[in-house]
Design a protein around this ligand. Sequence first.
Ligand SMILES: [Zn+2]
Length: 140
Amino acid sequence: MIKYNLKCENKHEFESWFSESTEFDRLKNKNLIECIFCSSKKVDKSIMAPNVTSSKINNNQKQISNLKMKNIKKDLLKLRKFVEKNFEYVEQNFADKVREVYYDKNNKKNIYGQTTKEEKEELKEEGIDLVNIPWVNKDN
Ligand SMILES: [Zn+2]
């Protein structure tokens, strides 16, 4: 995809996306391009301003997303600690244990463990909705 700034005879400016650079000319020859404001078909590519700031902006965006990633990881680690402290880890037959806890009204145990996708679907059909927790490694 390629984006062009377009300008009509009445100096309306707008942006449009094309699948490739030659498509603008192809569509224009067929009179298929018109101004989105006045429907004039006299539309041309306008000269684009040199984009000197783009690399700077990209760098900032990278830094921001790195920062976000770190914060998310911190939160996930907190969540992991909370779960480990308050939940009992079930290493095997987690799906069965979940049923046990679910159907035993006196059992208020919080448990966590791993299920396969199929097990999760089965449990869901029984009305047991599990919460997925993204598990982050403590190191790294
Ligand atoms: Zn126009």
